[in-house]
Design a protein around this ligand. Structure first.
Ligand code: ACO
Length: 276
């Protein structure tokens, strides 16, 4: 079945890899209320879409995302509390709630600008790859707001406190290379290799057992907020859940292949899964 079409985003597929692209290039993909509604709808659909095994979040044109749309999201809803509330809820839903809990691995593929509110979807994605010459910035301070929504929280979760403080209070833009140095993204790559390196990661993820990837990413996010006793308890229960959710894991297929068949070494890579 053909994908639904949207005014502000586009959906494209390469096999089991689905690209969702913010598509307001003339406005540097600034996030309008309409874009939020489109993204919320699309991500909810794709979360349940069996063909989608890896999701890539991209931006059309010169920017990945220039943050919230200052005109359409802020100014034009200033006197319309109902619309402000609706778009604010939708904005939070897709950028954090849905994306950070997405059931398949998610990759932010960043070129050009990434400003302000865009840091939330950047941090919600499980992985981020950016062009070395991409420009990141917490520009909120330059026009008189603090990094709101959950951006300040995203910063302290992903960066050392000194880096979070410095970039949030100065608004100083920084490159993809610097973003890699401070741990905001996984890899900074030459711009002409951005797509190839993203596909390389996506294809690597496709080879893994999707249930293990899903349970692991959920666990990594969940334990951050726990103390050691709760984390230990949670991880034990989570492992039991994984064994129930996936027959291959429940049957200990991987362990049998290593210990009995001696057909692969788990330290060096995944064995060929019997089913896809
Ligand atoms: N909100 C609304 N419109 C925007 C935004 C934005 N965040 N960013 C860019 N645009 C629009 C511009 O108004 C312009 O529209 P126009 O052609 O109708 O005049 C168009 O996109 C192109 O922008 P330019 O500034 O002409 O493009 P340039 O490539 O020179 O600069 C840049 C791009 C650096 C992104 C610049 O537009 C900018 O600084 N934007 C604001 C970025 C920002 O501060 N974002 C954080 C917002 S706050 C938040 O997210 C909570």
């Amino acid at each position: 079945m053909a994908d639904k079409t949207y005014e502000n985003i586009k959906i494209e597929r390469q096999g089991q890899i689905t690209f969702v692209t913010l598509n307001r290039p003339e406005k540097r993909n600034a996030m309008s209320p309409g874009l939020h509604y489109d993204m919320e709808d699309a991500l909810l659909r794709l979360d349940d879409d069996e063909q989608t095994r890896v999701l890539v979040l991209a931006g059309a044109g010169e920017a990945w995302c220039a943050g919230q749309d200052l005109k359409l999201y802020f100014r034009e809803t200033a006197n319309n509390p109902a619309e402000r509330k609706k778009s604010n809820t939708s904005s939070h839903n897709w950028r954090w709630h849905i994306l950070s809990k997405f059931s398949k691995p998610t990759i932010a593929m960043v070129q050009g600008y990434c400003f302000g509110g865009a840091f939330t979807q950047l941090c919600a994605c499980d992985y981020a790859i950016a062009a070395e010459d991409a420009t990141f910035g917490l520009s909120e301070v330059n026009w008189g707001i603090l990094p709101g929504g959950v951006v300040s929280w995203n910063l302290t979760e992903n960066l050392l406190p000194r880096h979070a403080m410095y970039y949030a209070t100065t608004g100083e833009p920084f490159s993809g290379k610097r973003a890699e140095e401070i741990g905001l993204i996984n890899f900074a790559v030459p711009k002409d290799q951005l797509m190839a390196r993203t596909m390389e990661l996506a294809n690597k993820l496709l080879k893994l057992n999707p249930s293990v990837v899903r349970f692991t990413k959920e666990a990594i996010r969940a334990v951050t907020h726990m103390r050691e006793p709760e984390a230990r308890d949670y991880l034990g229960v989570k492992q039991d859940g994984l064994a129930k959710a996936d027959k291959e894991i429940g049957d200990k297929v991987g362990m049998k292949k290593f210990l009995d068949e001696k057909s692969y070494r788990p330290g060096l890579g995944p064995y060929q899964r019997p089913t896809d």
